[in-house]
Design a protein around this ligand. Structure first.
Ligand SMILES: NC(=O)c1ccc[n+]([C@@H]2O[C@H](COP(=O)([O-])OP(=O)(O)OC[C@H]3O[C@@H](n4cnc5c(N)ncnc54)[C@H](OP(=O)(O)O)[C@@H]3O)[C@@H](O)[C@H]2O)c1
Length: 291
């Protein structure tokens, strides 16, 4: 009998890709993907029931309140999902590998090119709850935290990734101001989940960064996307984060992924390189098997 890997948040962007690519990357595992409709992870009784029927040998915990705006609007809910549900799952998983997905938003963006030893200083509720959950998870030396960068992909509900957000806004005729002075290391979902699978099944413990190998401004990201999705072009315009009025935005959340890269069997691509390559020409430009 194969061991079972439990994927939480399987109805979301990254959990969905992990579930769909399992047969390709980890055929030696059975995969149980759980959506919110199947188990509310803030309910201890439902988590206990989930454990009883799935009997996992590995957990990749993707479920989260992942939208920064939703976290600002309801910090108590953000804490319940992002911290308390994570603690509950990590407790159940105390004797097996447990991989928690965190975010570049644990940093304040004042430095950029962040490495795992840099101190965290989140500017928003989302980042605060994720930083708190990281500490909970890392109390168990057999567990791991992977901070991931802005991820491009097609979600089951078609409304989760930043690319889906941009295409939806453009379709509605909304202008998108993309900052020339805000930086990230975006990564396509395909290589991201391949790296997560490698990290998880080899039981790599501790803290890792995982992003694309190219640091790009939001404006550069928009231009790369517009060359692939021309419908975006009329709706994107450059701007400066200095003119942004609302809650503070971390200007440079670029991360270095060298620590994880050294453990992987393939090279993490840059975002521009990926989209310009023939490899992204299939039905889903964010996922392919030809790395
Ligand atoms: N995508 C990115 O660019 C990015 C970047 C950095 C870090 N991350 C992190 O990576 C992880 C996965 O992100 P994602 O983009 O896949 O997020 P996502 O698309 O929002 O998926 C999260 C999933 O968690 C589910 N969920 C929320 N509350 C739940 C609960 N109480 N019980 C059970 N399930 C619940 C959501 O269900 P509903 O659909 O019903 O809400 C959703 O399907 C998250 O931890 C996120 O913080 C993502």
């Amino acid at each position: 009998m194969k061991p079972t890997a439990l994927i939480t948040g399987a109805g979301g962007l990254i959990g969905g890709y992990l579930f769909r690519t399992a047969a390709r990357w980890v055929p030696q595992w059975d995969v149980c993907g759980v959506t919110r409709a199947e188990a509310d992870l803030t309910d201890p009784a439902q988590v206990q029931e989930l454990w009883r029927y799935s009997r996992p040998a590995l957990v990749i915990h993707c479920a989260a309140l992942s939208r920064t705006g939703a976290c600002e609007q309801d910090p108590a809910l953000a804490r319940r999902i992002n911290v308390e549900a994570t603690k509950l799952l990590a407790d159940w998983a105390r004797d097996i590998p447990f991989l928690f997905l965190s975010t570049d938003q644990v940093f304040d963006g004042s430095k950029g090119q962040y490495v795992e030893t840099d101190p965290v200083h989140p500017l928003n509720v989302y980042g605060q709850t994720k930083a708190e959950a990281e500490q909970v998870v890392l109390q168990n030396p057999a567990h791991s935290v992977v901070r991931i960068a802005l991820t491009a992909g097609l979600s089951p509900t078609r409304d989760r990734s930043f690319v889906e957000d941009m295409i939806e806004k453009a379709a509605k005729g909304t202008k998108l101001t993309l900052f020339t002075d805000e930086f990230r290391c975006p990564i396509p979902a395909g290589p991201l989940v391949r790296a997560l699978w490698e990290c998880a099944v080899r039981s790599k413990t501790g803290l890792y960064h995982l992003g694309g190998s190219e640091r790009l401004s939001r404006w550069e990201i928009g231009q790369v996307l517009a060359s692939r999705f021309p419908e975006l072009r009329p709706w994107i315009q450059p701007g400066s984060v200095a003119d942004y009025q609302d809650p503070p935005r971390p200007p440079d959340l670029s991360m270095r992924s060298d620590k994880l890269q050294a453990l992987l069997s393939f090279r993490l691509p840059g975002f521009r390189e990926w989209l310009n390559s023939e490899a992204s020409a299939g039905d889903d430009p964010w996922d392919h098997s030809l790395l």
